[in-house]
Design a protein around this ligand. Structure first.
Ligand code: 9YT
Length: 127
């Protein structure tokens, strides 16, 4: 069984900070669960273009407010209790009005080092 606490991840290796989001990675590929699990803060006032070309992702908002605009599709309000699942590799903009705390699950699991490239894509990394 695996037990971790957010406090031990904050500031350590699996805490990835970028100008628009901060992802605290609780489970990664190395844990062999078949998915990765992240506690992510999308920073207030930011917009991020994202395209998970190689992954599916489910996102569950537990704090904060903002929106997701699916390119060529709809814009949905994000607030606590809202979940979205990118089952079609949708290109999207994520905008945070306030700090949004999101629980994210990725399949295939991230290895831990990924940040978005210039296309908004996470590459498929091998460990
Ligand atoms: C919700 C979302 O896509 N945020 C960007 C960061 C990503 N979820 C991650 O690596 O935790």
């Amino acid at each position: 069984m695996i037990v971790k606490h957010l406090e031990e991840i904050i500031g350590a290796n699996d805490d990835i900070d970028t100008p628009t989001w901060n992802s605290r990675r609780l489970l990664l590929k190395k844990e062999n669960m078949g998915f990765s699990l992240h506690d992510t803060v999308i920073k207030a006032g930011t917009e991020t273009f994202i395209w998970y070309k190689n992954h599916v992702e489910a996102v569950y908002c537990i704090e904060g407010e903002g929106e997701i605009e699916v390119i060529g599709g709809e814009t949905y309000r994000i607030k606590p209790g809202m979940m979205y699942a990118l089952d079609g590799h949708e290109k999207h903009y994520l905008r945070a009005k306030s700090d949004m705390r999101m629980v994210c699950v990725f399949n295939p699991p991230l290895t831990g080092r990924e940040v978005h490239d210039e296309e908004g894509v996470y590459p498929l990394l091998q460990e």
